[in-house]
Write a protein that binds this ligand. Sequence first.
Ligand SMILES: [Zn+2]
Length: 407
Amino acid sequence: MQKPLMRIPYTGPLPPPNILPRNANTITGAIAALSRFLTAPTSRSLQHGGGDPQSTVILSGAGISVASGLADYRGANGTYRVNRNYRPIYYHEFLANHEARKRYWARSFLGWSNLHKAKPNAGHYAIKSLGDMGIIRSVITQNVDSFHSIAHPDIPTLELHGYLRALTCVTCHNDLPREAFQESLARLNPAWAAFLAEAIASGALDTENPEERRAKGMKTNPDGDVDLPGAPYSTFRYPACPHCLANPPISGDDTQTKVEVDEEGAWKSSSTAGILKPAVVMFGESIASRMKDSAEEAIDGSGRLLVLGTSLATYSAWRLARRARERGMPIGILNLGGVRGEEAFFQDLPMGQHGEAGVRVELRTDKVLPGLVDQLKRIGFSHQKGDNSNQAEDDRTNSRAFKDMLS
Ligand SMILES: [Zn+2]
């Protein structure tokens, strides 16, 4: 078995991109190029893959959620830049170590409120409009914030790295909503709950920068850990999986597991089951093979790939873009900052192409995508799905409209 890659890839900046076509360095130029990209006839070099070769698949990352107030990782104010000591917890550590889980859940308890109040932004809603026009067939996202499925529930969306809206039990694999879990954490850790209320009021949680947090009165150590007098991480408590608690399952090697909790319901280290984890793919944890297969099918089912707000630093995302390239799919990238191996995606572009064969834009998604929707509507992409009672006919009409427009 291949050992998982344990270092965090590409935490430093990547080389700056070549903007393609050259006039895509302004919002207007970018919109014109992306409009041509999305409406061009099917690429002649595209390999047959089933699905709809006229459609586009989106691959998104943290950059698209920055306008919602969430930090990305490698951007100018990204987590890896403002907090150089930042180190995510590894899956094996989380599974093996009760103390590591206490620290993880204490930090996560404080962090959840920001995510919970954040909402999808104009970029996500522009994707909804592109879906309504029949342009976007599916979305693959590395984000765990669920903004895509909230903004455009009708476009099939694959959450490659899972989601934070729920927890999953490592023993019985049942999900538990995060909100209910957060309430349990507050109940089990009253000193932390009081601290959280205070930190929200002071605005200290609005930034990930440890210095800015300190300036707002939140004491943290150099790792970014909160220093809460009288309530160290080692005293933080978290609940057990309610299913395993009610019915301790038989484990894989036929032994009866036990789930023990204290008088208020906090998981005890004498337990052999019932550990809840966030329903995300943690560092060192592999993506489920059925998710990988679905993501590959999503790539193969479309005729072009639009990459939004990601540097493709994680291998699982990068290899999807490489797959698209190998299939002969034109690639468009909208991202602030460099993208891993991007030169290779734009090799051999025809001379004088204006976006049909490839686009590279370095502007914000929430600034470009809404204008792109307006532009496509102006030039005749006003077909709404469902206008026609016969959906199949509607789809054919739409794909004809693409071609008519470009002849
Ligand atoms: Zn369970």
